[in-house]
Design a protein around this ligand. Structure first.
Ligand SMILES: Cc1ncc(COP(=O)(O)O)c(C=O)c1O
Length: 457
């Protein structure tokens, strides 16, 4: 029998995370203070993050030891399987070999707990009692709720209002893990009240929810803030995905020729890709492709410059591809991946042509999710569908050229709580939509120019 699931024993969970910072092909621009435009020091971040995570944010050590208690939490679902998508290959009639690294097997159903358990652990160690965060469709909120339960921390989640109303099941899942969930914007924070005064009917956005969670955390001594993507330490924790994938490919004598993933803030993609990026920088040939929706085309159309991480301009400014911090996603778009910015580490590698960004319309993306479900049986999250679409496209290219490439798809999560989006798709209520360049240009007018030469000296 040909092998389908390539599994590793539990003692093969990687014991160290891979930090790409010392291996980057160009210097990473540091986060800067939104008022002074000066690079931030550790003390600037200590109101919202514990020191261990701040150290990881700037660490130049190539490997970071995973604490025992985080390993014990990882054992609940790791190592995750790498699966060969044979039925999909047969359906596509491609000579390519397609694998997918299945992060949907975690308790909340996505890659997000890889960093959530680590963040909960470091906060607990630092004596923190309560973690505040934001969530869009609820994947990150549910991952942090689950992780806070493991480490006995209180969890407060600001959930984008439109999702809070339209997606009750993830909210209920968070409540099962004992979290408090607020529809954002709320009247509980200055940021929330201001936005509600200006626009009482706002459906909310991730940028607004981040502003509320940061404000809440910064104004309470026992609380800290936790972010599910974008920052260096989050991407670091996610590298367990790529490190396991490499071990699994080696078990079946494979090497990846193509690696595809979806990019929201960039964490699952970076986690799967960075260990392979290192090989590419060392001269190996591999195509590393990050995919995003045309409705939120951060990497493909955004400007690569400093911008705020949130709508209220409370967070540090980061150098990243951005659509402008007050971006609100178009309501006709059903998928996730709706953040205006993206991880500075991923953006730097895009700007250096190490990572290829690619944008897809939502209807073909949902088509691909169903092709996958009807061949492999698994229904992926709308975010993950972007990666599946890229994997299918690459396999079809191989069909044309006859190349027998090894394609790896970063399969970030299942779609069981996203069935309402699939219902919209079945009913023909989804439209393809490309976010207009004019709106991006207009939004960026509101972002102050930062003199980068003085920062990078
Ligand atoms: C299943 C899934 N994949 C991907 C993403 C995008 O996030 P990131 O780019 O940080 O991996 C999300 C975000 O919530 C998600 O839930």
């Amino acid at each position: 029998m040909e092998q389908v699931k390539i599994t590793l024993p539990e003692d093969e969970i990687p014991q160290r995370w891979y930090n790409i910072q010392p291996d980057l092909p160009a210097p990473l621009a540091p986060p800067i203070n939104p008022k002074t435009h000066k690079p931030l020091g550790p003390e600037d971040l200590s109101a919202i993050f514990p020191m261990e995570l701040i150290k990881q944010e700037v660490s130049m050590e190539p490997w970071v030891e995973i604490p025992d208690e985080v390993m014990r939490a990882y054992q609940l679902w790791r190592p995750s399987p790498l699966c060969r998508a044979r039925r999909l290959e047969e359906y596509l009639d491609t000579p390519a070999r397609i694998y997918y690294k299945d992060e949907s097997v975690s308790p909340p159903g996505s890659h997000k707990p890889n960093t959530a358990v680590a963040q909960a652990y470091y906060n607990k160690e630092a004596g923190v009692k309560r973690l505040c965060t934001e969530t869009g469709a609820g994947q990150w909120g549910s991952a942090l709720s689950f992780s806070c339960t493991l480490f006995d921390l209180e969890c407060v989640v600001y959930m984008v209002r439109v999702s809070y109303e339209q997606k009750p099941y993830r909210r209920l899942l968070m409540q099962c893990w004992d979290a408090t969930v607020h529809p954002s914007p709320t009247d509980l924070t200055n940021a929330g009240r201001k936005i509600r005064e200006r626009d009482p009917d706002t459906t909310g956005s991730l940028g607004i929810a981040i502003s509320e969670a940061v404000e809440d955390a910064a104004s309470d001594e026992d609380s800290k803030y936790s972010l599910g993507s974008v920052l260096n330490h989050v991407l670091l924790h996610q590298t367990v995905i790529g490190l396991e994938t490499k071990k699994q490919l080696a078990l079946v004598d494979e090497e990846a020729d193509v690696l595809v993933g979806c990019v929201g803030g960039g964490s699952n993609f970076a986690g799967a890709a960075f260990p392979f990026v290192k090989d590419k920088l060392d001269g190996k040939e591999i195509d590393i492709i990050g995919t995003e929706p045309t409705a939120c085309p951060t990497m493909t159309k955004g400007a690569f410059r400093y911008d705020y991480g949130d709508t209220a301009k409370l967070t540090p400014m980061l150098k990243m591809h951005t659509l402008g911090h007050d971006f609100v996603p178009p309501p006709i778009h059903a998928g996730g991946l709706r953040y205006h910015g993206c991880a500075p580490l991923v953006c730097l590698l895009v700007s250096q042509n190490v990572i290829e960004p690619r944008a897809y319309h939502q209807i073909p993306v949902f088509d691909s999710a169903l092709t996958f479900a009807r061949t492999e049986g698994r229904l992926c999250a709308p975010e993950t569908s972007h990666a599946v679409k890229a994997g299918i496209d690459e396999a079809l290219k191989c069909k044309e050229t006859g190349e027998e490439k090894c394609i790896v798809i970063a399969y970030s999560g299942h779609g069981f709580f996203d069935l309402a989006s699939f219902e919209k798709y079945f009913e023909g209520d989804l439209e393809d939509y490309a976010y207009p360049q004019a709106l991006i240009d207009k939004a960026l007018e509101d972002v102050p120019d930062v003199d980068e030469s003085s920062i990078m000296d």
